[in-house]
Design a protein around this ligand. Structure first.
Ligand code: FAD
Length: 441
């Protein structure tokens, strides 16, 4: 790590660091208490307050300091579960509704909130390029895309290997798919905008106030914090990758997977423009799952990926991300890294988010690394379900939130999975090299 690398998100330079809230005496009783002040919790709070409910949002740190202000800033869609799997799990109707919500409704909702609340978060609908690691994936990817388009009016198209250079100045991929509806933003500005909107709409947000324990009875819930107890008619858990096992079933259904990310020093708009000719967000199918993009001002590259499945130190993950980045863009060897940071994504065993209620506690979580549109959307849906509004209906309440007997809230299995993934990385890297060898010699 270079001496000057900042160990906090690049986004915080322009949006400001997540700040403590002004401490106000906690109310004795509220209609709804939301645990977690990220995109999910703040969106739910905004909707609840807009419907006249008294809402308290608690966060154990400063609001927005979780994944919501640390992520890669790509917005739109879901790419973890293919259309056939969705159909086999849920039937064609629910699968179609999920695809519509992921690719269309959630992005539309985000755009409406940006407009209504006047949130300037550097949003640009650039589209996203899903880059295929292996040529053998092309046929399946094309079939999946056709299926998606049959089920929902998603604007997307395949890109053959011969056209790859229109999308990215690299020959490492085997073609891909463009999703036109997706885009990029500055996530720290996005969540800050939601925080201000929720407060403006009447929600009380208190940082540095963890929910320590929740007791439920027939009259509602009693939430214990270091600053006293609050009674709440309803409680929504919006803690995603920061969920601790203490919250019962939801805590045993979502596990934290760290994601690591760096920003390069200023490279200049011309240089970045040649590497990303369309300025699209790029996500790859390799299990390293690199995701990268130009910064909103087009002068740097923001590059993330699976550097490790355990909490790795900065030196290790910066080294790994640099080597992945230069594997894609060899000309970036030697460029400086200005920022290196990490955050927790929240994964479910079914690789899909979920909204619902277990033992009287509501939850909206499990975005599997895809929450800039889905977290506000499902936070909003959870709020509507809480107040009994029929518009709270979402296909993501129909998914089964799976548990495993061997996961009780401590992700002991991630270091083991890391070893397995590394072995698979070696094989998939070899396959990628072999498929490029005849062309590149
Ligand atoms: C490095 C990284 C890159 C990513 N890139 C992308 C991307 O490019 N595009 C995309 O769409 N998604 C991306 N994601 C995923 C996205 O950031 C998340 O899905 C989304 O931010 C989830 O929002 P949330 O509000 O549910 O959770 P968070 O923003 O993580 O908020 C949860 C909050 O709960 C609080 N909390 C936990 N326990 C308690 C408690 N007991 N009491 C009070 N508060 C508590 C935490 O302090 C935290 O602030 C990325 C995530 C990471 C980490």
């Amino acid at each position: 790590m270079t001496q000057s690398t900042k160990k906090f998100p690049y986004w915080w330079d322009s949006a400001g660091h997540p700040a403590p809230t002004q401490e106000t005496e906690l109310p004795g009783e509220v209609d709804a208490l939301v645990v977690g002040a990220g995109l999910t919790g703040l969106s739910a709070a905004r909707t609840l307050a807009m419907h006249g409910k008294s809402v308290l949002v608690l966060d154990s740190g400063n609001p927005g300091q979780g994944a919501s202000s640390r992520n890669g800033g790509m917005i739109g869609g879901g790419h973890k579960v293919d259309a056939d799997t969705l159909i086999s799990r849920d039937g064609i109707d629910i699968a179609a509704r999920k695809l519509r919500e992921m690719h269309l409704d959630s992005v539309k909702f985000a755009k409406t909130v940006m407009e209504t609340e006047e949130i300037d978060c550097d949003f640009r609908q650039t589209g996203r390029f899903l880059a295929l690691w292996l040529s053998s994936e092309y046929e399946n990817a094309a079939r999946n895309l056709n299926k998606i388009k049959e089920l929902a009016p998603v604007s997307a198209e395949m890109v053959q290997k011969s056209q790859l250079r229109d999308e990215i100045a690299s020959d490492i991929y085997a073609g891909g798919a463009i999703y036109h509806n997706h885009g990029g933003l500055n996530p720290a500005k996005w969540v800050q905008g939601f925080l201000e909107a929720a407060i403006r709409r009447g929600a009380l947000v208190q940082g540095n106030t963890p929910a320590i324990q929740i007791e439920s009875d027939q009259r509602g819930h009693s939430v214990l914090t270091p600053r006293g107890r609050v009674r709440a008619g309803e409680v929504l858990l919006a803690t995603n990758g920061y969920t601790k096992g203490m919250f019962g079933t939801a805590g045993r259904s979502v596990f934290p997977v760290p994601s690591y990310i760096v920003a390069t020093e200023q490279l200049g708009a011309n240089h970045v423009g040649t590497l990303f000719p369309t300025a699209r967000m790029i996500v790859e199918t390799r299990e390293r799952h690199c995701y990268f993009r130009p910064s909103p001002d087009g002068t740097r590259i923001v590059f993330g990926g699976r550097a490790a499945l355990f909490q790795a130190g900065n030196r290790l993950f910066e080294h790994q991300l640099r080597s992945l980045m230069t594997g894609i863009f060899p000309e970036l060897r030697g460029v400086g890294i200005s920022h290196a940071w990490k955050g927790n994504t929240g994964f479910t065993f079914g690789m899909e988010p979920h909204v619902g209620r277990f033992n009287g506690l509501w939850h909206a979580m499990g975005y599997c690394g895809n929450g800039n549109a889905m977290a506000p959307w499902l936070g909003h849906k959870a709020a509507l379900q809480i107040i009994g509004n029929a518009e709270g209906e979402t296909a993501f309440s129909h998914a089964t939130l799976q548990q495993r007997w061997w996961y009780q809230g401590r992700p002991w299995f991630l270091p083991l999975a890391d070893v397995g993934f590394r072995a698979r990385d070696v094989i998939s890297n070899l396959r990628n090299r072999v498929q490029r060898w005849p062309r590149e010699g």
